[in-house]
Design a protein around this ligand. Structure first.
Ligand SMILES: [Zn+2]
Length: 94
């Protein structure tokens, strides 16, 4: 059966190249570094969660997007150098 592909787009693009993506394991306790969040204080990054880090600073994906470390916008659209979605191949002259 064909896979349905109409769900929300979960792709995240890294803006800050000094950050890296990782998956939280059960070893250290990690807290998201964005303390000024409206819900208040550092929040826990849970096991299995994908997060971004640079040195000892960690952000969950939601806060990384809010802090402009990552984005949900496709990079080629952000930079404005748009390519045609379907480039027209030149028809060979006969
Ligand atoms: Zn967070």
């Amino acid at each position: 059966m064909p896979a349905e592909h109409h769900g929300p787009d979960h792709r995240i693009y890294l803006i800050r190249k000094d950050f890296h993506a990782a998956v939280k394991t059960d070893e250290p306790t990690l807290y998201c570094h964005r303390a000024e969040s409206p819900d208040g204080g550092f929040h826990l990054i849970t096991d299995g969660e994908i997060y971004l880090f640079s040195d000892d600073v960690c952000y969950c994906l939601n806060c990384a997007v809010a802090a402009a470390i990552a984005t949900v916008e496709r990079p080629n659209l952000m930079r404005g150098n748009r390519m045609a979605p379907n480039p027209v191949s030149e028809t060979p002259t006969l």
